[in-house]
Design a protein around this ligand. Structure first.
Ligand code: PLP
Length: 393
């Protein structure tokens, strides 16, 4: 037996464990100080009442012989696929329900979808990057090229015709930078993908935060169905990080070498996946009910207010950033030439505010720092007060 030695090529991920270690070391030395965490990427508001109600009634169904459900369809129950279809249709995007596959979250599908691609494809990812895109391809032994995201391009790298890639990862609104592509910018990526016979893996996990005219789905661009797979999630939209549900769209029009990628993905899912629990799918469908949408929008408005507060704070202290708008992330330039970890330590020691060092997301993240809007209002207000006191010149 030979193990998959590609795993030995993975870079250890110390980021969040190192943050936790540094924070607990500081707290042990200064137990009287209140530490405020603005580094988390997890949601904090509970599930919406409509979701809870739907899940409770699904639990009751599971307890009765007449309504009990065993294995469901691997690609998701029709009721959920149709409600996701409706979610897109309300934005003018027509999808067939058979193009929608329900998953247990976007992270799993980011990895799983690679099953339908040959190992010898060249992968293009942005730097800084959501590390899952890199690690899943390292595990498979694929060659990875990086495209530079920086302040100069607004952290939105555009296609370079001299680079030949087969699988392109785009995440918009972006984790960690909060930057979001416009439809015109995405059109350039669709054109590039078509010219190069490439496939775009479009991660729309944060689309629900969009409030301006930036894109929410790659399928807003004409022709994208011929070159893009979209991954999305109920995690940030509806607080499902612990409940687990998402979806992946593989359009019928996506054909390479005469092979339908939708059919490959269907075969992959029916072979390796037995679907998401009925109770969770019922809860997910309630997200897109009239009542559910209203409740979810209230939660999103709460996070958006936090994001705006942090963005306004950065404006006030004169620090450059991306995100804050259309995104729960604020990606800021560390002041006074500090590197990411120096700034982390500075904020921890001086004002006890914890964020995420940008260098943990790739070499271009060095010198940057990520704050998030997922905390409580109270924490965010107090953190902004402290940040202003420390950073205002
Ligand atoms: N994609 C991005 C860009 C993310 O930041 C995250 C989670 O933080 C995910 C996907 C994972 O989503 P899920 O909870 O659906 O697995």
């Amino acid at each position: 037996m030979k193990p998959n030695l590609n795993y030995l090529n993975l870079q250890e991920s110390y980021l969040f464990s190192l943050i936790a270690k540094k924070v607990s070391a500081y707290q042990a030395e200064h137990p009287e100080k209140s530490v405020l965490r603005l580094g988390i990427g997890d949601v904090t508001l509970p599930l919406a009442p409509a979701v809870i109600e739907a899940m409770q009634s699904a639990v009751a169904e599971m307890g009765k012989k007449e309504t009990f459900k065993g294995y469901g369809p691997e690609q998701g129950y029709a009721f959920l696929r149709e409600s996701i279809q409706g979610y897109y249709a309300r934005r003018g995007i027509e999808l067939d329900a058979t193009e929608i596959f329900v998953s247990d979250g976007a992270k799993s599908d980011c990895g799983n979808v690679l099953d339908i691609f040959d190992k010898d494809n060249v992968v293009l990812v942005p730097d800084p990057v959501y590390p899952v895109y890199v690690d899943t391809n390292v595990m498979a032994g694929r060659k990875i090229l990086y495209m530079n995201a920086s302040m100069d391009n607004g952290f939105l790298p555009m296609p370079d015709d001299s680079v030949k890639a087969d699988i392109i990862y785009l995440c918009s609104p972006n984790n960690p930078t909060g930057a979001a592509y416009t439809k015109t910018q995405l059109k350039a990526w669709v054109d590039y993908a078509k010219e190069n016979d490439a496939v775009i893996l479009y991660d729309a996990a944060y689309e629900c935060f969009v409030t301006t005219d930036v894109a929410r789905s790659i399928y807003e661009v004409e022709g994208a169905k011929e070159c893009a797979i979209e991954l999305c999630s109920f995690s940030k939209t509806a607080g499902f990080t612990g409940t687990r549900c998402g979806w992946t769209i593989v359009p019928d029009a996506l054909i390479r070498e005469g092979v339908s990628l939708r059919k490959l993905w269907l075969r992959r899912q029916t072979t390796k996946f037995n679907g998401v629990s009925y109770v969770v799918q019922k809860g997910a469908a309630a997200v897109f009910s009239e009542e559910g949408e209203k409740q979810i929008q209230a939660n999103l408005a709460y996070y958006r207010e936090n994001a705006k507060m942090i963005a306004d704070c950065m404006d006030e202290v004169g620090i450059a950033y991306t995100g804050g708008k259309n995104s729960p992330y604020i990606w800021l330039k560390c002041p006074d030439g500090m590197d990411s970890w120096q700034f982390f330590q500075y904020l921890l020691e001086e004002i006890q505010v914890v964020g995420t060092p940008g260098s943990g997301f790739g070499k271009n993240g060095e010198g940057y720092f990520r704050l998030t809007a997922f905390g409580s209002h109270e924490t965010t207000v107090e953190a902004c007060r402290r940040l202003k006191g420390l950073l205002k010149k």
